[in-house]
Ligand binder design. Structure first.
Ligand code: NAP
Length: 307
């Protein structure tokens, strides 16, 4: 256990995605006693991305898991401690920030919040029960289970497009179901969608996940004609965006109506000494590179605050 519940850390970082790990690297390098807390595994959503070709310094393609491990190792080189713990609340007492976890309360002079975001659910009644039985939110993690099978990807953003391309190399057939007739995804992703085994299902929403203990199909409704259609398939990959993982500080740190930290580009929240970095912050572009940049800015702001 790397956590010392007795001491007061200079900086506690919540979340070990690209924002949190970059913040930790900068804080460690600045000589601050820095602790990173992660509830699952390093990398956040980045670690579930199979091919990353837009993070500078890696010509060709790298994968998110490798990038996450490298970021984690690089932070450790500068003395950063990392441990697994789910932070459930943030409190402030006499300038000291208290982070509650099931194992105890961690104390720090400043906190960088980088909890990232979690996949948004479609909200269908049996969706949760079928998780791992045909319903997935991560094509890179689960795609291999659907080799030579038929799957659908739901969504029209970069994630849905990237998932459809990735799955088309494994699966017999990929339906791309989108609620409108144009994708939101950027050109660099849509350009790769021209594959013989990808079929678009436009203007359509999933009304029901059909099951026999496992997913065996979906019923989709065309929102323009109101006609419904059943599609037989074995895998359903839901890629309809993300929800910021900020509930644990709701009421303590200012959030906007969608749950994103209102902190601006300087990453400063409404609480002095508490900073927000990465996908959890209100911002126009959510990429690994912008998360990492936020992490560096948050570390700089923490350094300014601590000195
Ligand atoms: P997103 O851009 O928010 O797109 C979500 C998609 O799901 C949209 O097409 C939306 O439809 C659809 N949708 C939302 N709610 C829905 C519902 N209830 N039912 C059906 N469809 C629904 O999410 P994302 O694709 O996960 O991307 C999130 C961020 O990560 C973006 O900023 C993206 O650029 C970034 N990203 C970056 C990379 C990379 O850098 N390599 C890779 C993947 C993602 P509408 O279009 O109609 O709103």
């Amino acid at each position: 256990m790397a956590i010392d519940f007795e001491k007061v850390y200079d900086v506690a970082v919540v979340g070990a995605g690209p924002a949190g790990l970059t913040a930790a690297l900068y804080c460690g390098r600045a000589g601050f006693d820095t602790l990173v807390l992660e509830k699952l595994s390093p990398g956040g959503q980045m670690a579930t991305t199979n091919e990353i070709e837009n993070y500078p310094g890696f010509p060709g393609v790298t994968d998110g898991f490798t990038l996450a491990m490298n970021m984690s190792a690089q932070a450790e080189q500068f003395g950063v401690k990392q441990d697994y713990a789910e932070v459930t609340a943030l409190r402030v007492e006499d300038d000291i920030k208290l982070l509650d976890t099931a194992m105890g309360t961690i104390r720090a002079r400043s906190v960088i919040l980088a909890p990232g975001a979690a996949p948004r659910l479609l909200g269908l009644p049996n969706e949760n029960a079928l998780r791992g039985k045909g319903v997935s939110y991560c094509a890179t993690c689960d795609g291999a289970f659907y080799r030579k099978k038929t799957v659908a990807v739901i969504g029209g953003g970069d994630t849905a497009a990237a998932d459809a391309v990735f799955l088309s190399s494994l699966c017999e057939k990929v339906y791309l179901v989108h609620r409108r007739d144009t994708l939101r995804a950027s050109k660099s992703y849509t350009a790769k969608l021209d594959k013989p085994n990808i079929e678009y299902v436009w203007d359509s929403v999933v009304e029901e996940i059909l099951e026999n203990g496992r997913v065996c199909g979906i019923r989709v409704r065309n929102v323009k004609t109101n006609e419904t259609r059943e599609i037989e398939l074995q895998g359903l990959f839901i890629a309809v965006g993300n929800i910021p993982a900020t509930d644990f500080v709701r009421g303590a740190v200012e959030l906007d109506a969608n749950g994103y930290f209102t902190a601006g580009e300087d990453t400063k929240t409404n609480l002095p000494g508490v900073f927000a970095a990465g996908d959890c912050r209100k911002k126009p572009l959510r990429q690994i590179v912008t998360a990492a940049a936020d992490g560096a800015v948050a570390a700089y702001a923490a350094e300014e605050y601590l000195s």
